[in-house]
Design a protein around this ligand. Structure first.
Ligand code: ATR
Length: 272
């Protein structure tokens, strides 16, 4: 039976084993998906061994998403642009192929829960400039967003993203985050603010149009204070859980030979 898993440290909190385990049972596939706690100093050795131990690939999470790029034999353009990989495929000859499906997951979630969303209806506003934001920026630019505004507490990180992703980006100061929402058609919280145990994201929403689509990468809780406030202003809001579910689908298909469905049942299993 083919083996897959998720490499991280810590890894106990990961929802990926439940998600893939659910899909394996649902489709009657004889395979296994296991959490693999791996220390950074052991990453290279583990990646050499796994293909020889029956693994067809792995997901990669914190703190290894950047480091795996240097260890892979082939890296997709989007993973190289984002500077991180979340999905590894082990080829039959043992060679490692690295991809990043976070941006795909982000867009697939919006398409599923906001089918009328038009990326080019107006500027996109991305709050945050960490690793997750880079995948969102790449995906939005790919989807045809004409102007992408970005802000981050540490301004240098937004400047860095602009220097890599180019002319369609406009950097806003963190203190001006509210202003960047004016005319925005798409608004994304890509910071960790609003997560259970953290402070809420505090951005004045007065300039936000009720036509805007607002989404959050945080999914614990599903309805963050930011989404709740946007919803109370009449915006269509999409929670971040679907991004997690959709980013997992391409890996599952490559490893186990079947494209899995992402639906209400999938959401339920991961929330249990
Ligand atoms: P990830 O890969 O999940 O994006 P990350 O690279 O650590 O993780 O990025 C976390 C994001 O949340 C960053 O945009 C970070 O802002 P900084 O670049 O200034 O650190 C943002 N963030 C985290 N805690 C924050 C806080 N208390 N206030 C403002 N932004 C915060």
């Amino acid at each position: 039976a083919p083996l897959a898993g998720v490499i991280g440290m810590p890894i106990a909190h990961s929802r990926s084993p439940q998600l893939h385990g659910h899909w394996l049972r649902r489709y009657g596939i004889n395979g296994h998906y296991v959490p693999l706690p791996v220390m950074p100093e052991h990453l290279a050795e583990v990646l050499r061994i796994l293909p020889r131990a029956g693994f067809v690939g792995v997901n990669v999470t914190i703190p290894h998403k950047e480091a795996v790029l240097a260890l892979a034999d082939a890296v997709t353009d989007r993973a190289a642009l984002i500077g991180a990989a979340n999905t590894l495929i082990f080829r039959p000859d043992g060679k490692i192929h690295a991809d990043n499906t976070d941006g795909y997951g982000f867009i697939a979630n919006l398409r599923q829960h906001a089918p009328n969303w038009q990326p080019d209806a107006g500027p996109a506003a991305v709050i945050g400039a960490g690793g997750a934001a880079r995948a969102v920026v790449a995906a939005l630019l790919d989807s045809g967003v004409k102007e992408l505004r970005i802000t981050n507490r540490t301004r240098l990180r937004s400047e860095q993203i602009k220097s890599e992703f180019g002319a369609r980006l406009v950097v806003y100061d963190w203190a001006q985050a509210g202003n960047m929402l004016e005319d925005a058609a798409t608004v994304v919280n890509a910071t960790s603010l609003g997560m259970t145990g953290k402070q809420p994201l505090r951005v004045p929403l007065d300039a936000l149009s009720s036509d805007a689509l607002v989404t959050d990468l945080v999914y614990t809780p599903l309805m963050t204070p930011f989404l709740t406030e946007a919803a109370s202003r009449g915006c269509h809001v999409v929670d971040g859980l679907g991004m997690l579910l959709h980013q997992a689908a391409p890996g599952f298909e490559r490893w186990f030979g079947r494209r899995p469905e992402v639906d209400a049942e999938t959401r339920r299993v991961v929330l249990e």
